[in-house]
Structure formats: C-alpha cells, structure tokens
Write a protein that binds this ligand. Structure first.
Ligand SMILES: [Zn+2]
Length: 121
C-alpha cells in the first residue's frame, strides 16, 4: 500500500486515527492528485449504540461538504484510503499500520456510491 499512497497521507491518517474512541482505530481520506480533500475516523455514533466506520464517515462528510458548497459529487477521480492503526493503549513505539479490510456493509455502500478506487492498509 505504501507505494501507492504517499507517506504524507499515511502520517496524517495515523495521527487522525488516534482521535477515535474505538479500540480498533481507523482513519480514512479521500485523495485527489495526492491532495487530501476530506478525512474522518471511526467513532461511536452520536445517536445509536454502534460505530460509524471511518470510510463511511469520510464519504458522508465529503457529500455533506459538496452539497453545502453546491458542488457536484463525483468519485471518479478520487481514491479512498483507509488505514487501521495501533489499538488503544498499544505501545506507541510500535509505529505500524495494521491490516484492514472493509466490512460487508461498508463494501456494499461504497460500491453502491460508485467508489471504485479504494486502498486499505
Ligand atoms: Zn465498515
């Protein structure tokens, strides 16, 4: 994965993932031409007792921002990058990404939205 995505993006997502209150800390970014245009991390839903996964939170934020700015929503040129970082209270010197993969719900939702370029750590 590291060869496809710049260390800059990974560094930002690693830092962002630490804001998550979940035990498995994920962060996601929509990237266009090596530029991050939107980020999010997984966290507990404010209404229901469940977590909102980072990739869906990121895409929802992008859609909300685009609508607010009255811009079109087009995922064709965007790459969605999702990382899983160290667990809560895990040794901070273990500066490594963990393998991650989409859950069925996220995979189906991202597919339905037409997001084709997705990279998981
Ligand atoms: Zn998911």
């Amino acid at each position: 994965m590291r060869s496809a995505i710049s260390n800059h993006v990974i560094d930002i997502l690693q830092g962002l993932s630490q804001k998550s209150s979940c035990s498995h800390k994920h962060a996601a970014a929509l990237v266009y031409n090596k530029t991050i245009i939107c980020t999010a991390y997984n966290d507990w839903d404010s209404v229901y007792p469940r977590t909102c996964h980072a990739e869906i939170a990121c895409v929802n934020r992008y859609i909300r921002d685009q609508k607010r700015l009255r811009k079109s929503i087009n995922f064709n040129k965007l790459t969605l990058v999702v990382i899983r970082y160290k667990r809560y209270k895990e040794d901070v010197s273990l500066n490594t990404l963990k393998d991650s993969e989409p859950c069925v719900q996220c995979e189906n939702a991202l597919s339905a939205m037409g997001i084709k370029r997705i990279i998981y750590s």
